[in-house]
Design a protein around this ligand. Structure first.
Ligand code: 5GP
Length: 115
């Protein structure tokens, strides 16, 4: 591979520290370094697929299963009222890290945020 590893690959490899909250053979989830809210978590396929549509169906299913499992866990952990789940798919949509990822952003009554 000639391309440099993405920052998320480096986190998965343990080369960059991150607070890992969930890990399977194919998926990792860790706290966002610049959280929009307490508990803001990123869920990523371990393979460095750049865009959502690049993720093979079986890995995409694993990512979504992790999101479904994590949302109630994170809500309970930070006492959130709800959750926004989002993907910035492509640079014009705000994707900064070229390794597909799902944002789990805990929401609080009256926080005024959201897409
Ligand atoms: P994007 O804008 O690509 O959808 O989101 C990338 C996210 O990755 C941002 O919310 C940013 O805070 C997070 N991020 C960037 N670099 C790091 C890092 O080194 N560690 C962690 N934990 N999160 C990062």
């Amino acid at each position: 591979m000639s391309e440099d590893p993405t920052i998320f690959e480096q986190i998965i490899a343990g080369d960059i520290p991150a607070r890992i909250v969930h890990e399977t053979e194919t998926v990792a989830a860790f706290l966002d370094a610049n959280p929009l809210a307490p508990g803001h978590t990123l869920v990523v396929p371990k393979e460095p697929h750049e865009r959502l549509g690049d993720i093979p169906a079986d890995e995409a299913a694993d990512v979504w299963a992790a999101v479904q499992e994590l949302v109630p866990r994170i809500e309970a952990a930070v006492d959130a009222d709800a959750t926004t789940v989002g993907v910035n798919d492509g640079s014009a949509a705000g994707q900064e890290v070229p390794h597909a990822h799902v944002h789990i952003v805990p929401r609080f009554e009256g926080d005024g945020g959201g897409p």
